[in-house]
Design a protein around this ligand. Structure first.
Ligand code: NDP
Length: 447
């Protein structure tokens, strides 16, 4: 903490995971902090992202589990009530912004509601009031991309999907990323006729493509229409609803989701005025200490131009790193651990560390083990035994990566993270006793 004439030691522009997870422990160390937020406290993830998405997905996962047990101890399938599911999701997230604000205030952090703009290297202006700080952290996140085609205003974004109270009969999804695949899964399992438009031949580009193809085949088997190498050209309203015109014909729809990615929030916050360097599509440029081109200004979360995934856990990691940096706990560069990622489809795909493609390209460095989950007794008990696990080991036998497609892939990959991050030796792994029988015990058994 420095003695200075500034009102705050640190001012955060934005209140999402890139800010609040780090701000709370920093305030507890005695730093004077302010957080500026134009929208809901907590940003994307709690209000219009992960928390809402996983809430909508819970009935999907349960329905799949019930369907799988038909004739095996369960009789009678179940049906998702769209309206009630969306209401449940809204109930889950409703209290989050107030809860986060209360936590922030309880450690003495000032919350400034309004739209902030940098006016110099130590000042942010909100509604005509100037707030000064020794250091500023830009954590403004990202917003949805809007496809540049005529009629795009007739389409909707992911936030609107999470608020959609009336189930569409036909939904067209443009894009094949996380949001496209997760929301297509929710809608299709709820009984909506879903069409996915991929502008190339791949979905979920960063995941292992043979597993992605399995996922696409599974969606197709559930009635989802997937059109590859298609270019949406315009959207029009007609008597029957909407139509997406493409170079491969017209797709009749009742609701259209534009899920073509997210753009960092770099516009209109004074970056040019104070000389913070950024790229419009990639985000704010920082050095290996998350410091921008202006010494007193740092950045964190989805607004960063970074190589690791723009995910909630990486935003939290960055916020906590800045806390350690500002409080003198570290002066080291940020050193990300292996970052796990999952797409919460049905089945899910989850991964961590060295990928199968990387391992196959470097046989002198890695050994690969593939397990067909059809042979796993516990998955058979769950009747969820379709899937594969690929584990990657270095030449000393240390686990360095895992990718799985299965209904439980998120749990399975989550269970082995410490082995990778703590570099647990093959011998030491035997010292970990798991609960039995669980997905965790079976995953460890397959290593
Ligand atoms: P993604 O970047 O994951 O995917 C964007 C998709 O849109 C890609 O399939 C891309 O295809 C396609 N696309 C891009 N431009 C066009 C175009 N002009 N026409 C048609 N299709 C196009 O974005 P999302 O919106 O799905 O997710 C945004 C971010 O949110 C993710 O990167 C992730 O960080 C985060 N997120 C994470 C989740 C999780 O962890 N489970 C869940 C939801 C979001 P192509 O690749 O072929 O260019």
């Amino acid at each position: 903490m420095t003695e200075s004439n500034f009102q705050y030691d640190v001012l955060y522009l934005g209140s999402g995971h890139g800010a609040f997870n780090g701000a709370i422990p920093l305030a507890q160390k005695g730093f004077k902090l302010g957080i500026i937020e134009a929208g809901k406290i907590g940003g994307t993830c709690p209000n219009r992202g992960c928390n809402a998405k996983i809430s909508l997905d819970i009935p999907v996962k349960i329905k799949d589990a019930v369907d799988a047990m038909q004739g095996r101890g369960l009789e009678g399938t179940t049906k998702i009530n769209w309206k009630a599911n969306v209401q449940h999701e809204k109930d889950v997230i409703a209290s989050l912004p107030n809860a986060i604000e209360t936590n922030l205030k309880s450690v003495g952090i000032d919350i400034i509601h309004g739209y902030g703009k940098l006016t110099d290297a130590h000042t942010i202006e909100v509604d005509g009031h100037k707030y000064t700080a020794d250091k500023i952290v830009i954590a403004t996140g990202a917003h949805y991309n809007k496809l540049d085609i005529p009629g795009i205003d007739l389409a909707h974004d992911g936030t609107e999907f999470l608020e959609l109270e009336d189930q569409p009969k036909r939904m067209t999804v443009i894009g094949g990323g996380y949001i496209a695949m997760e929301f297509a899964t929710v809608a299709a399992t709820s009984g909506t006729e879903v069409t996915i438009l991929l502008h190339h031949d791949k979905a979920l580009r960063r995941f292992y493509q043979p597993f992605v193809e399995e996922l696409l085949n599974d969606l197709t088997a559930k009635g989802v229409k997937i059109i590859k190498n298609v270019t949406p050209q315009s959207i029009e309203k007609n008597a029957d609803g909407y139509v997406v015109k493409t170079d491969q014909g017209e797709i009749a729809s009742d609701w259209i989701l534009d899920a073509t990615g997210r753009i960092p929030n770099v516009d209109g916050i004074g970056l040019d005025k104070v000389g913070v360097e950024y790229d419009n599509r990639k985000g704010i440029k920082v050095n290996d200490h998350l410091q921008t081109s202006v010494d007193s200004i740092y950045a964190s979360g989805d607004v960063l131009d970074k190589k690791v995934g723009k995910l909630t856990p990486t935003a939290i990691f960055e916020g906590l790193y800045l806390t350690k940096l500002f409080s003198g706990v570290t002066s080291d560069a940020i050193d990300y651990p292996a970052v796990p990622s999952a797409v919460f489809t049905s089945p899910r795909i989850a991964e961590i560390g060295v990928t199968p493609d990387e391992a196959k390209a470097n046989p002198d460095k890695y050994d690969i083990k593939e397990v067909n989950l059809a042979d796993d007794w516990f998955r058979f008990a769950l009747r969820q035994n379709e899937g594969h696990t690929i584990t990657i080991f270095d030449k000393k036998g240390y686990l360095v990566g895992m990718t799985e497609i299965s209904s439980e892939a998120d749990t399975a990959v989550g269970s082995i993270l410490p082995f990778i991050e703590l570099k647990v030796s093959p011998e030491k792994m035997d010292d970990f006793i798991t609960l039995f029988p669980t997905i965790e015990s079976e995953t460890k058994h397959h290593l």
